[in-house]
Design a protein. Sequence first.
Length: 363
Amino acid sequence: MKYYQIIKDMSNKFNFRFNMVQYALQNDISKAAREYKTTRKTVRKWMKRYQEEGLEGLKDKKRAPHHIPHKLKPEDEAQIVELREKFPSWGSRRLIGHYQVKGSHGSVNRVIKQNGLIKPKRKRWRKRKDLSDLKKKMKFFENSQIDTKDLSDICQYWPLMRRFSLPRYEYSLRELSTGASFFAYADHNNSTNASLFADYVIEHLKSYGITTVKIWQTDNGSEFIGNVKKKINRLSAFQRELKANKIEHGRIPPRSPHLQGDVETFHRIIEDELFEIESYVNPIEFLGKSYAYQLYFNYLRKNRYRENKSPAEILKERFPQIDEGVLNLHPIRLETLLPSSYKEKRRSGYHVPIPVPNLKNFS
């Protein structure tokens, strides 16, 4: 067996080399080469290292080159670290695409990883089905998912929420064929606000002649189905709104958030790209930045899982007859759509839902 085969899987190569060098020093290089089944060049190499560095010279040395011509400069790495800290959810491709940072995707990712700026991924217990082909066959707004996000558990947002009386809840809808998203805000999580959000989106779609709305899917939250102790044939305000517009209400099984994967993904994205990095000085600025993000998400943001296209690009490609202005819907505070009489009753302790107002003027 040759020398390299002997030490290939050896756990203690140091000891083997030490014995070989000692044998060569006591005898000669040729005899050591024959005894340890290697070449005289190898014996000379380890003898020289031992004579120059002592026992440290017999350890394995790093094989990385001493000079890397294309290695990133310290100032380039510092720029990557600064941008990553500013946008903690952005990967190497987005940093290069938006800020033209120097380096390949691999080198930028290496800098991010070496500086401990990568969040540990959650372990996947369930393999997701690939629904991309199914989504490509859907009509525009044929299927959508709706969910509510409690913003008070976001560390960066919570103190601003308390200081400037910003809304606590976000009502979100994500359309499956293009990935476009609409959202609005409210101070309370209830069926009245859910129905206001539904009507706000429905009237917006009607103004663009969208008639393909078929099913809106939600979980079993009380804001969508009402009180769980209510009578079976009694619909919530949200359900009545959908029924009045001939939209089927799809409900997922309990404890099955993976079936709301698209809207849940949007909630994670908007938390990473908006709430975790932006600050506000008043509610008006909050709505302004939310609106800017809504435009960015629907018109500019590329989706890697949709052939690296934005919702607007998919809309133009698959549904060229539809005005792309349909993707533009202002995020609002839903309480502003309530009649003043109802607001007074809310302050007095009454929580009885009222008929949803006509919102054509808001689309």
